[in-house]
Design a protein around this ligand. Structure first.
Ligand code: ASP
Length: 483
């Protein structure tokens, strides 16, 4: 009997074990292969690109799923709820996002003020030029761009590009330090405008639900499309163990001398990583337990694969298909909630990033010997929250929006180069916690919306969605009985 149990457990969680194994093997191979070239030499970028090939192919497949997944799941989920219920579910989700993001920021600020990693730390100059991403922008411009991107003028273009304010210095004084005196213009830059597509899909879903019977066919079309995309996701997910293995190995081979990097920024790294992990693996699980009375350890274990993929890809958007699959198939969250709140969460809710932005800005201020007033710290916490909302779910997006937080205390954009050396690794930790935060949020919202969801009459269209909702209630009862 016991053996039977173990076999069943292994079979059900095989992919999770394999994916986590992939990350561990990736670290082992990466560290081992770093030693292969002769002393002082490195793997050539060409060799690294060959090793990265399989990981990159896996990433391409995940990225290909983002667009169809976000659009179909949002339209299908919002369309199948009535207006007041989608308002309630959306409201609960946003409340959860705001509260947990602010909690993360406060935790980060307390830690960085207590540990003071910037005092006495040496400056390390990363190669900011190589990234070439640092723009001159003011906080107001960044926030306005976020709102502008919510309302894209052309939906086809939104699949490819997003709007960005561009500032140009006055002709008479090209070195003008005050950005508010620069000319304001705009351009479309490469990259999917996810927030615009999220807003457009929600509006479309609301319209479908307002039309009721008159739009049943369209709703059904999107629901079936959404199931189809999830089916494909289920296949792609089987590649994740190999995909993350190669992604992690290649990243480690690319890195400069690891010892040197951590020597200089060790304490800063420890504060950010410690804070992020504490928030994701202690604070959020506690909240989850308090609100739902469900077992958080089991919940996190069921998300194992999404966690490993987030670590491997550094992108919460690319991980979204996996997150959705784990949440629905393993944690049995009602798809009407997960498909509604997860795409929004993956775009705007980033606890890990928020904590990091606050710590990084204060760390740089400490390094520069700047003393911060209470007002400065308050300004940092507000902009860190906004910067995490504005950051896209792509690798190192947080580093780019950090410029906005630095701006509030008068630090120049170039100062991000001080922390760039460890950012690739911190990014992986933030992405893991960003994904976990979205998942806990979906579960808590589903718990509070359970009665309203089961009250919706079962129609042919909603039948499949109802099943998960019932499974979820049954599990909660079981767990509560055990308590
Ligand atoms: N890479 C992170 C994410 O995708 C965003 C960040 O840079 O903090 O969630």
């Amino acid at each position: 009997m016991r053996r039977e149990h173990i076999r069943l457990f292994m079979r059900e969680n095989l992919l999770t074990f394999l994916t986590i194994g992939g990350v561990i093997l990736g670290i082992v191979f990466g560290m081992g292969l770093r030693e292969v070239p002769a002393e002082g030499e490195k793997w050539s970028p060409r060799d690294v690109s060959y090793i990265n090939f399989i990981g990159d192919t896996f990433l391409r497949m995940l990225k290909a799923l983002i667009l169809p997944l976000i659009i179909t799941s949002l339209i299908a989920a919002v369309g199948s709820l009535d207006l007041s219920l989608s308002g309630k579910i959306g409201g609960r989700a946003v409340l959860y996002y705001v509260i947990t993001t602010v909690m993360a920021v406060i935790l980060g600020i307390v830690l960085v003020l207590l540990v003071k990693p910037g005092r006495g730390a040496e400056e390390s100059n990363g190669d900011i030029g190589a990234k070439g991403e640092m723009r001159n922008v003011t906080t107001a411009d960044t926030l306005l761009d976020l709102v502008r991107n919510m309302f894209p003028p052309n939906l086809v273009q939104a699949c490819l590009q997003q709007y960005q304010t561009v500032l140009t210095p006055p002709k008479t004084n090209p070195d003008e330090p005050d950005l508010t005196l620069w000319t304001v213009g705009g351009k479309f830059s490469e990259g999917m405008n996810i927030i615009g597509l999220v807003v457009a899909s929600i509006v479309f879903g609301i319209a479908l639900s307002a039309l009721k019977e008159d739009a049943q066919m369209v709703l059904k079309f999107f629901q079936q499309l959404s199931h189809t995309v999830m089916k494909i996701t289920g296949w792609v997910i089987w590649l994740s163990p190999v995909g993350v293995l190669f992604l992690v190995t290649a990243k480690l081979l690319e890195m400069e001398d690891l010892g040197e990097v951590f020597g200089k920024l060790g304490l800063y790294f420890a504060v950010v990583a410690g804070g992020i992990l504490f928030h994701g693996f202690v604070v959020l699980p506690l909240l989850f337990f308090l609100f739902t009375h469900k077992n958080p350890v089991q919940f996190v274990a069921n998300m194992g694969q999404a966690i490993a993929t987030a670590f491997g890809t550094s992108s919460s958007s690319a991980t979204l298909p996996v997150t959705m699959q784990c949440l629905e198939e393993k944690n049995h969250i009602d798809p009407r909630v997960s498909r509604f709140v997860l795409p929004i969460g993956a775009t705007i809710n980033m606890d890990g990033t928020a904590l990091y932005e606050a710590v990084a800005a204060i760390f740089i201020a400490q390094l520069r010997g700047l003393s911060l007033s209470f007002g400065n710290i308050l300004a940092i916490s507000i902009t860190a929250t906004a910067a995490s909302i504005g950051a896209a779910g792509i690798p190192q997006a947080g580093l780019v929006t950090l410029v906005m937080v630095l701006d509030t205390v008068g630090l120049p954009a170039e100062d991000v180069s001080l922390i760039i050396a460890v950012d690739w690794l911190l990014d992986r930790f933030r992405t893991v916690v960003n994904v976990l935060g979205d998942s806990f949020g979906a579960a808590i919202v589903a718990h509070y919306s359970q009665n309203e969801l089961t009250a919706i009459p079962v129609t042919e269209v909603t039948e499949k969605y109802q099943k998960n909702s019932l499974a979820y209630s049954a599990e909660t009862v079981l767990f509560e009985e055990r308590l």
